[in-house]
Design a protein around this ligand. Structure first.
Ligand code: ZN
Length: 234
């Protein structure tokens, strides 16, 4: 295993999802804290094990649907699932980006060329910041320049996924939302709190396919997902 917990040999499926462990899931201020508790337990003499969950639409690895910021935007049950199901993806290697550093268009040149050549609609931004999951500095991640977000949409990108809690800059004083507004406002989808994106680069996979499917939560603005990737075109 590497320090990131990534197996050194390439597996068939890479899990890009943080495990949800009660008390170990960071949440934005005011969002519900994750919990899972046994309502029925075989060890207590019950017929089966059944958990009760407490979570929000932005708990752990999740997607933001346009309705997150726009009343007339698509809710999570109405988004185009072809964008999130067995979809080709490009990964941008941004591991040199530091605390609160901006990711600008120049940083995305290699990824942009591949997106354009292969008409890929999913871009994953690998900052390596998931190593700070549930640490005090998790919110101090690199962030995306709003103009770069606009250009990515114009290039054909419809899903931006990150290994941070937001594509926007988050400080103790304020949480900005320019990239959210530009990308969701254009009908795009944002995936947050991914992990193990490094593996997709380090394994040297030529063509990456991802599944990022949400729960079918009627009328909701986002949903936890189980994000996975594999090599190949389907
Ligand atoms: Zn979110």
């Amino acid at each position: 295993m590497t320090p990131n917990g990534i197996p050194q040999s390439s597996p068939e499926i890479v899990d890009l999802t943080h495990a949800l462990i009660p008390g170990e899931v960071p949440a934005c201020a005011g969002h519900p804290c994750y919990n899972a508790s046994l309502s029925f337990g075989i060890s207590k003499g019950d017929f089966a094990n059944v958990h009760t969950l407490t979570l929000g639409t932005h708990t752990g690895t999740h997607i933001d649907a346009p309705y997150h910021f726009f009343m007339d935007g698509a809710t999570v049950d109405r988004i185009d699932l072809s964008l999130l199901s067995a979809a080709s993806a490009v990964v941008a290697d941004l591991r040199t980006k530091a605390f609160h550093e901006c990711i600008v268009w120049d940083d995305l040149q290699t990824a942009a060329e591949e997106i354009e050549a292969r008409h890929v609609r999913v871009l994953l931004l690998c900052t390596g910041w998931s190593r700070n999951w549930n640490k005090p500095n998790y919110s101090k991640h690199p962030f995306l320049d709003p103009d770069a977000a606009r250009r990515l949409f114009e290039l054909g990108v419809r899903v931006i996924g990150l290994d941070t809690m937001s594509p926007d800059k988050v400080t103790d004083e304020e949480e900005t939302a320019d990239v959210h507004r530009i990308f969701l406002g254009s009908g795009g989808i944002i995936v947050e709190n991914l992990t193990h994106l490094e593996a997709l680069i380090d394994y040297g996979w030529k063509h990456i396919t991802v599944s990022l499917l949400p729960l079918n939560l009627a009328g909701c603005d986002g949903s936890p997902i189980r994000a996975v990737a594999w090599e190949g075109t389907q």
